[in-house]
Design a protein around this ligand. Structure first.
Ligand SMILES: Nc1ncnc2c1ncn2[C@@H]1O[C@H](COP(=O)(O)OP(=O)(O)OP(=O)(O)O)[C@@H](O)[C@H]1O
Ligand SMILES: [Mg+2]
Length: 265
C-alpha cells in the first residue's frame, strides 16, 4: 500500500450550468511530483482550488494526511501544510521581496510582526529574528539573495514567479500546489524553475502537485501524471504510459487517428 499525502474522492464542481469537474478521484503519493495536464478549461485550476479550499466542491471528499479537509477554510488548510502559488502572479508589487516572503510566514508566527508594538517586545523580536533566518535560507535556496531588498513589482516575470514560490515555501508546506509555475518563461527560466521544483521536492521533502502545459518539463520531472479533459479524469499513471495512451494523444496532444496509428506501428 502506498502512503498517500492527498486523497481526492469523486470531486464534482459546477458553476451554474458549467461542469468544471465531474467525479474526479486520484491519490498523490507522499514525496511525489504529481502533474496535472489537460487543455484550457479542463478544470485543472478548479481542482487545485478545491484542494486549497478556495472552491467548495458540490460533492466528493478531500483528505490530506488522512484528515478530511473538504469543509475546512483555506487558512486552516494552509496551517496544516498545504501551500500554493497562483496561475496569475499574486505578489504585493509595492512591497520588498523580503516582506512578500514574510507574508507567507505570517501564520506561523505567534506574535504578529505586522502589528507594530508587539514587534518591539523582546519575545516577538526574537521570534522575528528566527523567522528571518529561515526565510533567508529559502531566499538563498532560490538564488534571490541579490534582489531580497528590491521592490517586487520591479522584477522580471521569471524572478517574480520565483519570489512567489519562496513565499509559498516560507509557509513550510508539506504539500505545495503550483499552478503553471513556468508559464510565460523563457527556456532558461523554465530550466531554472524545473530545478528548483525538483530540489524543493528532494531536499525539503515537499510533495508537489503541479499544473503545467510544457510537456518536456512534465515528462522530465513528474513521478506521476493525471490528464483532465472537460472536467473529467482521462487517465493517470507514469509519465511515459500517459503520453503513450491513445486517448491522450487524441484528446490532448491533438493527434489525428492515422498519426496515432503510425506512432503505434
Ligand atoms: N470562478 C469561476 N466562475 C465561473 N466559472 C469558472 C470559475 N472558475 C472556473 N470556471 C470554469 O470552469 C471551467 C474549468 O476552468 P479552470 O480554470 O479550472 O480550467 P483550467 O484547466 O485551469 O484551464 P487553463 O489551462 O486555461 O488555466 C471553465 O469552463 C471555466 O470557465
Ligand atoms: Mg488554469
Amino acid at each position: 500500500m502506498t502512503d498517500s499525502i492527498l486523497k481526492v474522492d469523486n470531486i464534482s464542481l459546477a458553476f451554474g450550468g458549467v461542469k468544471a469537474l465531474t467525479d474526479v478521484s486520484f491519490e498523490v503519493p507522499r514525496g511525489a511530483v504529481f502533474s496535472i495536464i489537460g487543455p484550457n478549461g479542463a478544470g485543472k485550476t478548479s481542482m487545485l482550488n478545491c484542494i486549497s479550499g478556495r472552491y467548495r466542491p458540490n460533492s466528493g471528499r478531500i483528505q490530506f494526511n488522512d484528515r478530511d479537509v473538504t469543509h475546512l477554510r483555506p487558512n486552516d488548510r494552509a496551517d496544516m501544510g498545504i501551500g500554493r502559488t497562483f496561475q496569475n502572479l499574486a505578489l504585493f508589487g509595492h512591497m520588498s521581496v523580503l516582506d512578500n516572503i514574510m507574508v507567507g510566514r505570517h501564520h506561523l508566527m505567534k506574535n504578529n510582526w505586522l502589528t507594530g508594538p508587539l514587534y518591539w517586545a523582546s519575545p516577538a523580536q526574537k521570534e522575528e529574528l528566527a523567522h528571518r533566518r529561515e526565510v533567508e535560507e529559502i531566499i538563498d535556496f532560490l538564488d534571490i539573495t541579490h534582489v531580497r531588498k528590491a521592490v517586487a513589482g520591479t522584477l522580471s516575470y521569471g524572478l517574480r514567479k520565483r519570489v512567489e514560490l519562496a513565499r509559498a515555501m516560507a509557509l513550510k508546506p508539506k504539500l505545495i500546489l503550483l499552478d503553471e509555475p513556468m508559464a510565460g518563461m523563457n527556456l532558461e527560466e523554465k530550466e531554472d524553475m524545473a530545478r528548483y521544483i525538483l530540489d524543493l521536492n528532494e531536499e525539503f521533502g515537499i510533495t508537489v502537485v503541479m499544473i503545467e502545459h510544457d510537456m518536456g518539463v512534465v515528462m522530465d520531472i513528474s513521478h506521476e501524471v493525471m490528464v483532465l479533459d472537460f472536467g473529467k479524469k482521462l487517465i493517470s499513471g507514469l509519465p511515459l504510459d500517459v503520453m503513450n495512451d491513445e486517448h491522450v494523444k487524441r484528446a490532448y496532444l491533438g493527434l489525428e487517428e492515422d498519426e496515432v496509428m503510425q506512432e503505434a506501428g
